[in-house]
Ligand binder design. Sequence first.
Ligand code: KG4
Ligand code: ZN
Length: 381
Amino acid sequence: MADSRGGPLVLGIETSCDETGVGIVRGHTLLADAVASSVDEHARFGGVVPEVASRAHLEAMVPTIQRALKDAGVAASDLDGIAVTAGPGLAGALLVGVSAAKAYAYALGKPLYGVNHLASHICVDQLEHGALPEPTMALLVSGGHSSLLLAPDITADVRPLGATIDDAAGEAFDKIARVLHLGFPGGPVIDRYAREGNPDAIRFPRGLTGPRDPVYDFSFSGLKTAVARWIEAKRAAGEHVPVADVAASFQEAVVDVLTRKAVRACKDHGVDHLMIGGGVAANTRLRAMAQRRCEDAGITLRVPRPKLCTDNGAMVAALGAEMVARGRAASAWDLSADSSLPVTDPHVPGEPPAASPGHAHHPHAHGHDHVHEVSKDNLYS
Ligand code: KG4
Ligand code: ZN
């Protein structure tokens, strides 16, 4: 164990969607963050094509691992463990990462840690802002997920409070960008246009904010339809579509709901730290509104820099290092990819080592009474 030198040295592999990410960390210190993205190959299809993603991972895997080791200036033999996203995500894409991680771990004689993609998105903030307070509230918003998670222990206890019942937040950005002919991915370009527009120009609906609606769940499909109809009506009338105002008003509706529900979750659960992760956390309006609303509520906001918010290997390494540091059981060699791995399983442990029964993992020890798991349908649908 490398604790005397600042924590375990762990390599993390992420292939759940279209990014082949390989990161290396020592404890909370980021040493390398190599990412090869196939996003350009998907752009002409307007969304991620699973088969294209899997093939791109295969081609990028070994060079990306080599680049990460070189960037970190460490030898593979120095590693204390190898972590990999075991799920949730695209089955074929995950399989490439899991197979590579197994091969490297087995050949090098290192412990293997199959970890949860969503828990990794939370844990990555340790590389930016140091140890995560326990519990932490996390709002994860990307093209594949929109979840509110309460994390009393990022390695063993993550509880879903709410999730989207239809589109993910990033997906809504991507779809509206398509309607506006702005290209893919839509988030960054809508963010840019919105800066020139008026967020109050059009009052678009705020999904699931009525008195009888579920408090922590999200819905973006009604908003998406409302925006598309508004644009169609303008076009049908032969009128100019004010792209900046539409972008700003749409973005305002998304960000308003996300921040309102996240702050409410913190208050309801007595949590004074909110972390926001996932690709949509790069959104400038989301960052600004979350900052203001958190300040007003006495909550400390933690948002990693954009490169750590989007899918990357460093986040997987960060969670793997935490698993090693806390003595969690390594995964078994028959670890498999699980496209719908529940968020309640931060990692996929094998049999706990006989020498340390105290570290046995109890993934279902906590109550599920008032929670529901992130539906498979919310992922990459
Ligand atoms: O985390 P990520 O790289 O991949 C997954 O989907 O897991 O997130 C990508 C998503 C895309 O939907 C993209 O449009 C969105 O994040 N995104 C943004 C911004 N940058 C990326 N959405 C809003 N504003 C942004 N600045
Ligand atoms: Zn992600």
